[in-house]
Design a protein around this ligand. Structure first.
Ligand code: APR
Length: 310
């Protein structure tokens, strides 16, 4: 059996961190890609990671490049390429700039890795995942976005700290968009099988949910220059591992909906089964009226961003 191959497009903070995690976990050989202007730094980061291999004892080779030929026949491609919103840049400007990046990256992925499963991180992630889906022409199960794994991780981290219980025993559950429009299903959230609602007061649980919603902003404020990348990278690699190892994990993914939850033709965060075929199943749950109303707000937010796409 041949070794698996993971390409990470965008060798910035998140992409480089994801590449190193993938190598450390020996998910396969790793190719880190950035634009030609960043070719030397990209090669430098990859070489630096490979030089850690003898210390850490991983056999994954890490290559840095700006040439997509090097990504040929990837099993999983992670997209973190793009620009972050800068002062003075409107949200719509950001959408159109990153849409252009997705278009160029998608063409290269489709050309060299027609059988890959793609995981998108670039924001606004729902609309960028949709763009990659349209531009690659790949089947919907092989184009997936990341947001729910990160939102859930943040929620679980805060709950673990609150209860002084191992993170291993905390299970969270979110639907919908990233951040503000996230729809937390606290009634499906547990500590070692015990519903969180039995362990934490409703008021405190709501505070934790609210902190989760603005979790990205909390990091931005603390860093002062830049946005979160350790936990986002870890979230990407959890999804990639589920696919590469055909783990059949139940994880929240940004998946293409065709009627599920009453929405059609949009990408939205829903519980999915992740395995070798990418999104192998979308779980449809009965929602309360208020949960459905919150999910409607999420879906509308996604449509508002999609309206800005060219
Ligand atoms: N092809 C390949 N790489 C690109 C392209 C492109 N067309 N355009 C930009 N890049 C690269 C940049 O050169 C940079 O190295 O993408 C990288 C982005 O890295 P950072 O700016 O460090 O951003 P990061 O913090 O990693 O976040 C990545 O994820 O959180 C989302 O939307 C957010 O755009 C952000 C992305």
């Amino acid at each position: 059996l041949k070794r698996k191959k993971i390409s990470v497009i965008g060798a910035g903070f998140t992409g480089a961190t994801a590449a190193f995690l993938a190598a450390q976990k020996e998910l396969g050989d790793v190719v880190l890609v950035d634009i030609p202007d960043a070719e030397n730094p990209t090669k430098g980061k990859a070489l630096d990671m490979w030089e850690a291999a003898p210390v850490q004892g991983f056999d994954s080779y890490v290559k840095g490049t700006s040439n997509y030929e090097d990504t040929a026949d990837s099993d999983v491609v992670i997209i973190t390429a793009g620009v972050a919103r800068k002062p003075g840049m409107s949200r719509d400007d950001l959408v159109q700039i990153n849409q252009k990046v997705m278009k160029s990256v998608s063409g290269q992925i489709a050309k060299y890795s027609p059988n890959a499963t793609i995981i998108v991180l670039t924001n606004p992630v729902d609309a960028m995942t949709y763009t990659v889906y349209k531009e690659t022409g790949f089947p919907k199960n092989r184009v997936i976005g990341q947001s729910g794994v990160l939102d859930t991780a943040r929620f679980c981290a805060f709950v673990a700290e609150e209860l002084n219980i191992s993170v291993k025993d905390i299970r969270g559950f979110v639907l919908g968009g990233h951040g503000d429009t996230m729809v937390p299903l606290t009634r499906y959230s547990y500590a070692g099988g015990i519903p969180l609602e039995k362990l934490i007061s409703p008021e405190r649980l709501e505070e934790i949910v609210q902190r989760t919603r603005v979790g990205g902003g909390e990091i931005v404020n603390l860093l002062g220059n830049g946005s979160a990348y350790y936990a986002p990278a870890a979230a990407l690699i959890e999804m990639a591992e589920a696919i590469i190892k055909d783990q059949k994990r139940v994880l929240p993914s940004i998946a293409y909906l065709e009627g599920e939850y009453g929405y059609d033709g949009i990408y939205l965060g829903v519980p999915t089964l992740l395995g070798a075929e990418g999104v192998e199943k979308i779980f449809e749950l009965d929602l309360t009226d208020s949960e459905k109303a919150a999910l409607d707000v999420s879906a509308q937010a996604v449509r508002d961003v999609m309206a800005v796409l060219e």
